[in-house]
Design a protein around this ligand. Sequence first.
Ligand code: ADP
Length: 297
Amino acid sequence: MVEERNSCEDCSAESCGAKTRNDGESEQDFKDRQALARRLCMIDHKILVLSGKGGVGKSTVASGLAVALGERGRRVGLLDVDIHGPSVPRLLGLNDTQVTGSQDSINPAVTGSGVRVMSVGFLLTGPDDAVIWRGPLKYSLIKQFLKDVEWGRLDYLIVDSPPGTGDEPLAVAQLVDDADGSVIVTTPQMLSVSDVRRSIAFSRKVKLPVLGVVENMSGFACPHCGKESDIFGSGGGRTMAEDVGAPFLGSVPIDPAMVSAGDDGGLESYLTGETAGAASFAALVDRLVELVEVGEK
Ligand code: ADP
């Protein structure tokens, strides 16, 4: 376990950064940059979850990684910046959450297993709200989430960004310049595999190391006879990962129980139970931890 630190005073000047004001930088921008650096300095590992298109289970995988890391004793935050379709609150049963705080401080929601969650969904009053969020507004909202949310000391911050390579993942990549890297979610079909190549190219372009590829909805274990069948095929994610020289982190099967758990806001109970999905995420997290905590005691 990492020792609890009270403030960023414990961190080295290098890792905190933002010691001097840049040429032409306003006093407020400098203060914001300092506050962001102090907040991020309290978080050891930052991982961005990406996908080439919607519906591949990116938010489910982001939530699964967060809960499974928590099960391994890590302190975890989950930030959902999917402005046009935030699904983390629904999956984790936090739909009715009202976040509290003051001008420069927002308290995250905390799940039953202790994952600290902030989602743009907590602030939207209806589906039409998102229409007004244009590029610069999205950037400042994401900056505010990273800077003002009381994440506390975390081992991991998992960021769920919208599908594609738009403003949101770009903002996160720019604001979190010491991120460990990205986890790319795909399904086995060749079409989504080609979509995901774009996410990999994006990740590399913004200097975000590709930590690995996850193949979701890979194979189906029949709940009645237990026989495995490959509804969408399987292995596309592994082949693509090999092609582009990215690690393959593992796969998650289609499990009808995961769909109903997500629909009912019970994904966390599913992920902490004796389920096929929980076992897959535990194995994924083993590999992830090996990759990002290498060299740490
Ligand atoms: P995305 O974030 O890529 O749009 P979601 O995570 O919201 O996708 O998942 C879309 C739907 O697919 C949800 O209903 C979710 O419960 C379901 N789902 C995701 N992964 C699986 C899986 N491995 N097995 C069964 N259902 C899944």
